[in-house]
Write a new protein. Structure first.
Length: 106
């Protein structure tokens, strides 16, 4: 099972302000799935890939389409260490946006 499985409270610092969402990840039959939701929408995550690097850290990548506060296609790359997620998201050629998350206790 991948280290990212479970629910996460995630913040993205963007030029239009800080966005907060809940991300849920699960793995079944070796396939990683996920979705993101906030007060206005819930969207599936696409192209989820998890890999363990030479440093024994799990890196996870995915793509996400959002409609609010504006239409964007975001590419994420995060690292999981215990119950902490750090990394970035990028919309096209725009600068990277910091991403931070904490696992939600179940």
């Amino acid at each position: 099972m991948t280290a990212i499985s479970g629910a996460w409270d995630v913040t993205l610092k963007t030029p239009i302000g800080t966005l907060v969402a809940t991300y849920r990840f699960s793995e079944r039959d070796g396939i990683l799935r996920g979705d993101a939701s906030d007060k206005t929408e819930s969207v599936p995550l696409e192209g989820l890939q998890a890999e363990i690097g030479n440093d024994d850290l799990e890196r996870v990548r995915w793509r996400q389409h959002v409609a609010k506060p504006m239409r964007l296609d975001l590419d994420f790359e995060v690292t999981i260490v215990g119950d902490t997620m750090t990394g970035f998201a990028r919309a096209g050629k725009l600068p990277r946006t910091p991403v931070n998350g904490q696992r939600v206790a179940s």
